[in-house]
Ligand binder design. Sequence first.
Ligand code: ZN
Length: 139
Amino acid sequence: MQKLCLCGENMSLKLRTVILSGKVEIDNVPIYTCQTCSRSEVIPEVKDDLKGFIQELGEQPKKMNFLFNERNEWANLLVEYKLTKKTAQTAKDQFDQMMKRRTNELLDLYLLAQSLHDHDWLESIVKRLTQLGAQIKSS
Ligand SMILES: [Zn+2]
Protein backbone atom coordinates (compact mmCIF):
# COMPACT_ATOMS: atom_id res chain seq x y z
CA MET A 1 0.00 0.00 0.00
CA GLN A 2 2.99 2.24 -0.35
CA LYS A 3 4.61 3.75 -3.32
CA LEU A 4 7.94 5.44 -3.86
CA CYS A 5 7.76 9.13 -4.75
CA LEU A 6 9.92 10.69 -7.45
CA CYS A 7 11.80 12.46 -4.64
CA GLY A 8 12.75 9.09 -3.13
CA GLU A 9 10.48 9.18 -0.10
CA ASN A 10 7.58 6.84 0.57
CA MET A 11 4.16 8.06 -0.42
CA SER A 12 1.28 7.08 1.81
CA LEU A 13 -2.20 6.13 0.75
CA LYS A 14 -5.00 8.34 2.00
CA LEU A 15 -8.66 8.83 1.28
CA ARG A 16 -9.08 12.46 0.32
CA THR A 17 -11.68 14.83 -0.94
CA VAL A 18 -11.32 16.05 -4.50
CA ILE A 19 -13.04 19.31 -5.41
CA LEU A 20 -13.90 20.00 -9.03
CA SER A 21 -14.41 23.53 -10.33
CA GLY A 22 -15.07 24.61 -6.75
CA LYS A 23 -18.48 22.96 -6.95
CA VAL A 24 -18.39 19.22 -6.87
CA GLU A 25 -16.96 17.50 -3.83
CA ILE A 26 -15.90 13.90 -4.30
CA ASP A 27 -15.12 12.26 -0.98
CA ASN A 28 -13.07 9.14 -0.29
CA VAL A 29 -10.85 9.24 -3.35
CA PRO A 30 -7.76 7.05 -2.73
CA ILE A 31 -4.69 9.19 -3.32
CA TYR A 32 -0.98 8.68 -2.77
CA THR A 33 0.66 11.64 -1.09
CA CYS A 34 4.25 12.45 -0.25
CA GLN A 35 4.79 14.39 2.94
CA THR A 36 8.25 15.49 1.90
CA CYS A 37 7.49 17.19 -1.41
CA SER A 38 3.65 17.29 -1.28
CA ARG A 39 3.28 15.46 -4.58
CA SER A 40 0.03 13.57 -4.84
CA GLU A 41 -1.55 11.21 -7.34
CA VAL A 42 -4.72 9.19 -7.65
CA ILE A 43 -3.96 5.48 -7.27
CA PRO A 44 -3.79 3.74 -10.67
CA GLU A 45 -6.55 1.25 -9.76
CA VAL A 46 -9.21 3.97 -9.64
CA LYS A 47 -7.82 6.51 -12.11
CA ASP A 48 -9.95 5.45 -15.10
CA ASP A 49 -13.12 5.26 -13.07
CA LEU A 50 -12.54 8.71 -11.61
CA LYS A 51 -11.86 10.11 -15.09
CA GLY A 52 -15.06 8.51 -16.38
CA PHE A 53 -16.99 9.97 -13.48
CA ILE A 54 -15.66 13.46 -14.13
CA GLN A 55 -16.60 13.10 -17.79
CA GLU A 56 -20.12 12.05 -16.83
CA LEU A 57 -20.44 15.23 -14.78
CA GLY A 58 -19.78 17.31 -17.86
CA GLU A 59 -18.28 20.79 -18.08
CA GLN A 60 -20.92 22.62 -16.08
CA PRO A 61 -21.61 20.44 -13.08
CA LYS A 62 -24.10 21.45 -10.42
CA LYS A 63 -23.00 21.93 -6.86
CA MET A 64 -22.98 18.54 -5.19
CA ASN A 65 -21.36 15.97 -2.97
CA PHE A 66 -20.41 12.45 -3.87
CA LEU A 67 -18.97 9.49 -2.06
CA PHE A 68 -16.56 7.97 -4.54
CA ASN A 69 -16.63 4.69 -2.61
CA GLU A 70 -20.27 4.26 -3.57
CA ARG A 71 -19.32 3.74 -7.18
CA ASN A 72 -15.83 2.32 -6.91
CA GLU A 73 -14.94 -0.98 -5.32
CA TRP A 74 -11.35 -0.09 -4.55
CA ALA A 75 -12.36 3.04 -2.72
CA ASN A 76 -15.04 1.05 -0.96
CA LEU A 77 -12.57 -1.57 0.26
CA LEU A 78 -10.19 1.11 1.47
CA VAL A 79 -12.94 2.84 3.42
CA GLU A 80 -13.87 -0.47 5.04
CA TYR A 81 -10.24 -1.29 5.61
CA LYS A 82 -9.66 2.00 7.37
CA LEU A 83 -12.32 1.02 9.89
CA THR A 84 -10.74 -2.31 10.81
CA LYS A 85 -8.21 -2.72 13.58
CA LYS A 86 -4.88 -3.92 12.28
CA THR A 87 -1.21 -4.35 12.91
CA ALA A 88 1.44 -3.51 10.35
CA GLN A 89 2.44 -7.14 9.81
CA THR A 90 -1.01 -8.34 8.94
CA ALA A 91 -2.26 -5.25 7.14
CA LYS A 92 -1.55 -6.57 3.66
CA ASP A 93 -3.06 -10.00 4.43
CA GLN A 94 -6.12 -8.40 5.88
CA PHE A 95 -6.65 -6.27 2.82
CA ASP A 96 -6.20 -9.25 0.51
CA GLN A 97 -8.76 -11.16 2.52
CA MET A 98 -11.26 -8.33 2.36
CA MET A 99 -10.76 -8.13 -1.37
CA LYS A 100 -11.35 -11.86 -1.78
CA ARG A 101 -14.47 -11.71 0.36
CA ARG A 102 -15.86 -8.77 -1.60
CA THR A 103 -15.11 -10.51 -4.90
CA ASN A 104 -16.97 -13.61 -3.72
CA GLU A 105 -19.92 -11.51 -2.62
CA LEU A 106 -20.05 -9.87 -6.02
CA LEU A 107 -19.80 -13.23 -7.77
CA ASP A 108 -22.81 -14.43 -5.77
CA LEU A 109 -24.72 -11.32 -6.80
CA TYR A 110 -23.61 -11.90 -10.36
CA LEU A 111 -25.17 -15.37 -10.39
CA LEU A 112 -28.32 -14.00 -8.83
CA ALA A 113 -28.61 -11.17 -11.36
CA GLN A 114 -27.98 -13.67 -14.14
CA SER A 115 -30.76 -15.96 -12.97
CA LEU A 116 -33.15 -12.99 -12.77
CA HIS A 117 -32.11 -11.84 -16.27
CA ASP A 118 -31.59 -8.37 -14.84
CA HIS A 119 -29.17 -6.97 -17.39
CA ASP A 120 -28.67 -3.53 -15.87
CA TRP A 121 -27.83 -5.03 -12.53
CA LEU A 122 -25.59 -7.61 -14.16
CA GLU A 123 -23.74 -4.88 -15.98
CA SER A 124 -23.12 -2.89 -12.82
CA ILE A 125 -21.83 -5.99 -11.02
CA VAL A 126 -19.49 -6.81 -13.89
CA LYS A 127 -18.18 -3.26 -13.72
CA ARG A 128 -17.48 -3.60 -10.00
CA LEU A 129 -15.81 -6.97 -10.45
CA THR A 130 -13.62 -5.52 -13.17
CA GLN A 131 -12.60 -2.75 -10.80
CA LEU A 132 -11.28 -5.41 -8.45
CA GLY A 133 -9.40 -7.06 -11.28
CA ALA A 134 -11.66 -10.09 -11.56
CA GLN A 135 -11.96 -11.69 -14.97
CA ILE A 136 -15.52 -12.30 -16.00
CA LYS A 137 -17.36 -12.81 -19.25
CA SER A 138 -20.39 -10.58 -19.51
CA SER A 139 -22.20 -12.68 -22.11
ZN1 ZN B 1 8.08 13.30 -2.71
